[in-house]
Design a binder for this molecule. Structure first.
Ligand SMILES: [Zn+2]
Length: 242
């Protein structure tokens, strides 16, 4: 028992640090997917002055804080998205480990929360035209269901409710071309529902509201922000060890 405690003390900071590094990589993926560039090459550089960044500039969260949010070389402000994504990914991996320990459940919980978080940031930045969110939908659906036998968060028998939600969201977006929002509305609900089956109806209300908002051009930005907030709440609930 004492040995397990020691291992936990060692692995908890490891997963927070590993998560922050994964967050740093996620920022690269998010920004380069948005601009259609390669994720692997070239190495990171300041987008303003093109100065190549060194290890000391790339320490998750800490570099941004010590540089007070500015490029070391040209003083251009660095978006707060960088440290926020790094901190969120650190919490996703760290808290997931604190909650369920090592094992398949940890991989499912941390993995799908991390994927869903990155997808949500891409969505709220309004940069998910390619790949089409329907591709995300299929991938996520398979991903969610494949390990169902070992995943304690999803009850196979109650998937009918997300399907009904999908139909309602489709009706909400029926008369316009905002199929992206429709796809995200459905996924948002499936995700929240899979995490909070007991609160499914309460969770449904804001998702339907976002679906309706997304059906009008003037309110579609508000719908994006509402969807994003729902994803973050769902992820926070899923990984919370408290
Ligand atoms: Zn610079």
């Amino acid at each position: 028992m004492a040995e397990n405690e020691a291992l936990k003390l060692l692995l908890t900071p490891f997963f927070f640090i590993f998560g922050s590094l994964l967050g740093s990589f996620s920022n690269v993926v998010i920004l380069r997917m948005a601009s259609g560039k390669s994720v692997i090459f070239p190495p990171s550089a300041c987008p303003k002055c093109n100065h190549q960044l060194h290890a000391i500039d790339l320490i998750p969260v800490l570099s941004w804080l010590t540089l007070r949010g500015r490029c070391r070389y040209c003083q251009t402000p660095i978006a707060w998205q960088y440290p926020v994504v790094e901190a969120c990914m650190a919490m996703i991996l760290g808290f997931s480990y604190m909650k369920v320990g090592l094992g398949l459940t940890f991989i499912v919980l941390a993995g799908r929360s991390a994927i869903w978080f990155v997808a949500s940031v891409l969505f709220v930045r309004n940069e998910v035209q390619s790949p089409n969110p329907f591709a995300w939908a299929v991938i996520f659906y398979v991903y969610l269901n494949f390990p169902l036998g070992v995943c304690p968060f999803v009850d196979r028998q109650v998937l009918a409710i997300p399907v009904i939600a999908a139909i309602i969201a489709y009706i909400a977006s029926f008369r316009n071309d905002r199929a992206n929002d429709f796809a995200w509305g459905c996924l948002s609900f499936i995700f929240i529902y899979s995490l909070l089956p007991k609160f499914s109806l309460a969770a449904a209300i804001p998702v339907f509201a976002a679906g309706i908002l997304s059906s009008h051009a003037k309110t579609s930005r508000a719908a994006h922000l509402l969807f994003f907030a729902l994803q973050i709440i769902a992820i926070a609930v899923a990984i919370s060890p408290f």
